[in-house]
Design a binder for this molecule. Structure first.
Ligand code: HEM
Length: 365
């Protein structure tokens, strides 16, 4: 017979002894304790706990998508996990406000004690970046060094391992490539879409050409910009051009995956696309969440240390702003609205196709 379970005791269950005994301000060690160092440590520790939860949620989403088939009901769970990550991100951004109650002078009381430690050495943050699909080849390099060079050997190994794991971007791409609706049998959707795009672009160009509030100089600048934007359609319609952009790192998703993402967005009112649409929106939300966090962190760093270099040795807020701009994963989904056309101009799908996209309840015979 199994022995009765010992009643659970809250502090033991949560291992509070370990967590609450994990704050050792450096400044206290040389006999000049800085009051705000406790806040600095606790804010960082709570961040790392939330990073752990984000990794846990990413693991769930990857477990769902890293398969040859993804049942519809599992997509709903993935949407939910992404929403949870997004809520955590909001909290993380808000937490920086708590840290900002420490003034730059208060920070100076203990900052020098921290060198060369820095959030730059957050192993979990690097794992999140890699598991989302940040391309290691396109990371910013600091004085030519790889980003793992600042980590301990053990942490560098664990971070490198996530570079070789299937990333969320990889599995979403494979899932998109399997979308059966990129071609529609006899109905040539892409010809119809292209015709609709051409008439939309001609109308939009006319607006710039005839706008009464734009002078000649501004008009020629705007027309050049417009033509540049219109040119991006060429790559959408030409697989080879698109794949060449992928080689340069300008695009991440394959041509087939981007066409599927476009269709899902354009026809999201069709019931079968609703959940995939929400999932793609969730990816945009979390990419935006990390970028917003990076930008907010860079701003905080600017007001905290001005133009000084970071304790980890980067240029400080300049490096962080560049990373916020460059270290994005799902930029293709952000750029997708370039290719959107109004619902009223969308090619109508033939009835045979629409029937396949519908949800139907069949009465049992
Ligand atoms: C007074 C507050 C803070 C200051 C002055 C600060 C400063 C910096 C600086 C200057 C860097 C660039 C690397 C370096 O040269 O050190 C950096 C990177 C980083 N910090 Fe902070 N930080 C602060 C708070 C935080 C907090 C609360 C977190 C939460 C975990 C954090 C996480 C990170 C991460 C993940 C990076 C790497 C970013 C990347 O490489 O893209 N920092 N920080």
């Amino acid at each position: 017979m199994a022995s009765p379970r010992k009643p659970l005791y809250y502090p033991e269950y949560l291992q509070l002894d370990r967590i609450l005994d994990a704050q050792y301000p450096e400044s206290a060690k040389d006999g000049s304790p800085a009051h705000d160092e406790m806040l600095f440590i606790i804010v960082h520790q709570t961040f790392e706990l939330w990073f752990k939860q984000i990794l846990h949620e990413l693991d769930l989403v990857q477990g769902i998508f890293d398969n040859d088939t993804v049942p519809e009901k599992h997509v709903g769970r993935a949407v939910h996990a992404l929403r949870r990550i997004n809520e955590i991100q909001r909290l993380l951004i808000d937490q920086l406000g708590v840290l900002e109650t420490m003034t730059p002078l208060d920070f100076l009381d203990f900052r020098d004690d921290l060198v060369p430690a820095s959030g730059f050495q957050s192993m979990q943050f690097r794992q999140i970046e890699n598991l989302l699909g940040l391309d290691p080849a396109h990371r910013l390099k600091i004085k030519g060094a790889a980003y793992v060079d600042v980590l301990s050997e053990e942490h560098a190994r664990l971070v490198r391992a996530t570079e070789h794991q299937t990333s969320l971007l990889d599995c979403v791409q494979r899932w998109l490539e399997r979308t059966p609706f990129v071609s529609f049998g006899d109905f040539d959707f892409w010809d119809a879409y292209r015709a609709a795009v051409e008439s939309m672009l001609a109308r939009d160009r006319m607006v710039v050409e005839t706008h009464p509030n734009i002078d000649a100089e501004e008009r020629s600048v705007q027309l050049a910009r417009f033509d540049d934007m219109a040119g991006s359609f060429d790559a959408l319609f030409d697989r080879d051009q698109w794949e060449a952009l992928r080689d340069t790192g300008k695009r991440r998703f394959s041509h087939r995956a981007i066409l599927a993402a476009l269709l899902i967005n354009l026809y999201r009112d069709e019931p079968i696309f609703q959940l995939p649409f929400r999932f793609l929106t969730g990816l945009v939300d979390i990419d935006e969440g990390f970028t917003a966090w990076r930008q907010r962190h860079a701003l905080m760093v600017h007001r905290m240390i001005g133009g000084r270099i970071g304790t980890g040795g980067t240029s400080g807020h300049g490096y962080l702003e560049a990373a916020a701009d460059k270290h994005r994963t799902f930029q293709d989904l952000f750029d997708l609205p370039t290719f959107f056309i109004p619902r009223s101009a969308l090619p109508e799908l033939p009835m045979s196709v629409r029937e396949q996209l519908d949800f139907r309840y069949h009465e049992p015979a």
